[in-house]
Design a binder for this molecule. Structure first.
Ligand SMILES: Nc1nc2c(ncn2[C@@H]2O[C@H](COP(=O)(O)OP(=O)(O)O)[C@@H](O)[C@H]2O)c(=O)[nH]1
Ligand SMILES: [Mg+2]
Length: 389
């Protein structure tokens, strides 16, 4: 298995892409999809593999620059990264690459160079930076035939072969072939648009080696950073002194709190980066007069932590009240049973009884002060959020 290095996608694919398989990133126009191929090849290099990048829409040097923008230093992999230059000849510029397609508008010429690459190099991750550009230059039917041939050769020579394809309005026949027939796996990359694009997602349309999964993930593209799963906002609520601020800080790579007279009357705000997930965390004030604020924020949230002090059962009335406010939005939530380090702390099971909560409500034991249990709680919540999309 070769991992793509794209958070969650390898899980979806049952661990990655097996040798000999082909995969297409099927990209809706206007969405930042070409980074998927780049991140895939960079991950191969990072894992000591060989990578081949076929560039058709920018020069290899421009592409090298793009890798750097993502914070991916490819210079250290010069001996294992090969560019196939199908761009410079197009604009009449010289190429210093080992593999050059001298006539990028001639599929036979393409075929010859790609065949050489497939036969000469050790098992590699071969990534086409833009299959759609090749199609534009060489024709739909001609390109499809060539791709079928490359996919077959990849099986024989144990490569994995990956294509970025932007689904411009080609013929329906072409689009259907790409989506349903030609590749072992199809990852669709699309946008959530309402006049403007406000979210991007990826999900598996097809995969002949992994179990069917209908899950998709929101993502955004960071420079540096590459593809990061995107969870817009997560709320941390709970009674006074339960440990909300402490929890936000324990989880965050950077956090700020606005405190007055020793307790938080404004918001805690943090940002967490964990296992490819990127999320903004907001702690709410506990006082009842701030309930409207909680309503406002939870309306835009995707998940909620309810922090309780496990040693203080009297808190639970207020805690449950807060849960009602937020639950009315139908959001996934996780109860954080904090201060487990203190004597007399109730177990998650005992709290479940006190709260009279259904058995499927997750309660995660934690000690935010010692950063214990906070990331476990985060993972539980993320799984609830992403399972629901
Ligand atoms: N023993 C213990 N104390 C904690 C823990 N988490 C927070 N505290 C303490 O509880 C108090 C209230 O924490 P804070 O985060 O300000 O609570 P908030 O009012 O919910 O924001 C502070 O004195 C914290 O140091 C924990 O896990 N264990
Ligand atoms: Mg606080």
């Amino acid at each position: 298995m070769i991992e793509t290095g794209i958070p969650k996608l390898d899980d979806f694919l049952g661990g990655g892409v097996p040798k000999g398989k082909s995969l297409v990133y099927y990209i809706q126009p206007g969405v930042e999809g070409e980074v998927f191929g780049m991140q895939t090849i960079f991950n191969t290099l990072k894992c000591k593999g060989t990578g081949v990048f076929i560039v058709s829409s920018t020069s290899p040097d421009t592409t090298r620059g793009q890798f750097k923008e993502f914070g991916w230093n490819i210079d250290v992999y010069n001996d294992r990264l090969f560019f196939v230059d199908a761009y410079n000849p197009l604009i009449g510029a010289p190429s210093k690459e080992k593999y050059v397609v001298l006539n990028p508008d001639n599929i036979e010429n393409f075929n010859k160079v790609i065949t050489d690459v497939i036969k000469e190099l050790p098992p590699s991750t071969i990534v086409f930076g833009s299959l759609s550009t090749i199609m534009d230059l060489c024709g739909e039917k001609e390109t499809i035939e060539a791709v079928r041939n490359w996919n077959k050769l990849a099986i024989l020579y144990d490569h994995i072969i990956v294509y970025n394809f932007t689904a411009w309005p080609y013929s329906q026949e072409t689009l259907d072939l790409l989506k349903k027939e030609m590749f072992n796996a199809v990852i669709s990359i699309g946008g959530i648009a309402e006049r403007v694009l406000f979210g991007q997602y990826f999900g598996i349309l097809k995969s002949d080696w992994a179990k069917e999964t209908k899950k998709s993930m929101l993502f955004r593209v960071l420079r540096p950073g590459g593809i990061k799963l995107f969870i817009p906002k997560i709320l941390v609520t709970g009674p006074f002194d339960a440990g909300k601020s402490t929890f936000v800080h324990a989880l965050s790579t950077r956090a700020i709190s606005v405190d007055r007279l020793g307790t938080t009357i404004a918001l805690d705000h943090g940002h967490v980066e964990y296992k490819g997930f990127s999320a903004d965390i907001f702690g709410t004030p506990s006082q009842e007069r701030f309930d409207p604020i909680i309503k406002l924020i939870s309306g835009e949230s995707m998940g909620i932590f309810l922090v309780v002090d496990s040693t203080n059962p009297t808190d639970f009335v207020r805690a449950k009240q807060m849960l009602e406010i937020t639950k009315s939005y139908g959001l996934p939530f996780v109860v954080v049973a904090n201060k487990q380090d203190l004597p007399g702390a109730m177990t998650p099971e005992e709290i479940k009884v006190q709260f009279n909560l259904p058995s499927d409500v997750p309660i995660v034991p934690a000690s935010a002060k010692d950063k214990k249990g906070v990331f476990e709680a985060f993972e539980v919540l993320i799984n609830k959020i992403t399972g629901g999309i």
